[in-house]
Design a binder for this molecule. Structure first.
Ligand SMILES: NC(=O)c1ccc[n+]([C@@H]2O[C@H](COP(=O)([O-])OP(=O)(O)OC[C@H]3O[C@@H](n4cnc5c(N)ncnc54)[C@H](OP(=O)(O)O)[C@@H]3O)[C@@H](O)[C@H]2O)c1
Length: 252
């Protein structure tokens, strides 16, 4: 398959614009799932495990399917980047999704999220396999190494924080409690902070517009969500730790 360079640029710029739109829109309201689901709850919901599994799976499948198409012989570094992207979505699809104790998920949020994951998996996979000019020397570049390091630090924070959240509830529970431990001692959105670090690390490691656009989108989507979670905790718990911030330790 040849590189559809123009399409890659349009989709990347579109993702940045949608992200910025979310940032403006989410100043006051949040995407309606989890604690931000409005009342009355939506008529059509899907069990959280099934919803996360179905919506995240395409981001893993798309790059894997693209490896079956004809592509340039690739450097080890390029395959490691693709493997890194897939590792995140393998974890989200087969570990996070199947263990979550979240509330049922609105169908009206799951469907667009699944569409977004399909498009993003296609974009990142197609760019790496058919467009990126990353030769063997790239694996020695400091941007590649520091970006991957940042990605894996972010992923460790994200996975650990989601583990803490999951264990706040016993099976069947739907209540919210104050999270403690790990980066939750500093911020209310520790899992989101990890995810944002991950994708900015990935953008540095690939040094590409598609990866940067996904990092910006993630920041715009889950950054405001961390702020609204923080407000929720402050309103619900009078003893909520005063020094804890929303997303960036000691700052915001
Ligand atoms: N890259 C992106 O653009 C993007 C976008 C969205 C999500 N994500 C990632 O997807 C994962 C899940 O996102 P999310 O928005 O669902 O995160 P979240 O609101 O923090 O919730 C994560 C899970 O923990 C539960 N939970 C959260 N706070 C809790 C508390 N105080 N007490 C008890 N249970 C609690 C939630 O239950 P409820 O569902 O019942 O609230 C949910 O099952 C995160 O790792 C996030 O980074 C990434």
């Amino acid at each position: 398959m040849h590189c559809y360079g123009d399409l890659v640029s349009y989709l990347s710029c579109g993702m940045i614009l949608i992200g910025l739109g979310q940032l403006v829109h989410h100043k006051k309201t949040q995407t309606s799932y989890g604690r931000h689901m409005g009342l009355p709850p939506p008529a059509r919901t899907v069990p959280a495990r099934l919803a996360w599994f179905l919506q995240e799976m395409p981001a893993l499948l798309m790059p894997l399917l693209l490896t079956l198409t004809r592509h340039k012989p690739s450097s080890t570094g390029k395959y490691l980047l693709l493997g890194t992207f897939c590792l995140h979505y393998f974890q989200r699809t087969f570990v996070y999704s199947l263990l979550t104790r979240g509330n049922p998920f609105p169908l009206g949020v799951m469907l667009p999220a699944g569409f977004f994951c399909s498009l993003n998996g296609l974009l990142q996979g197609h760019y790496l396999l058919h467009c990126a000019q990353l030769d063997n020397e790239w694996s020695a570049d400091y941007r590649y190494k520091s970006g991957l390091l940042l990605f894996y630090i972010g992923m460790a924070i994200n996975v650990h924080s989601d583990y803490i959240l999951r264990n706040l509830r016993k099976p069947g529970d739907v209540v919210y409690k104050i999270p403690t431990g790990g980066l939750f001692e500093y911020v209310s959105g520790a899992n989101y902070l990890g995810e944002i670090v991950e994708w900015f690390g990935y953008a540095v490691a690939t040094w590409s517009l598609p990866a940067l656009s996904f990092a910006v989108f993630s920041l715009c989507f889950i950054g405001p969500r961390a702020y609204h979670h923080h407000r929720f905790y402050q309103e619900k718990f009078k003893d909520y730790p005063k020094l804890r911030r929303a997303l960036i330790p000691f700052v915001f």
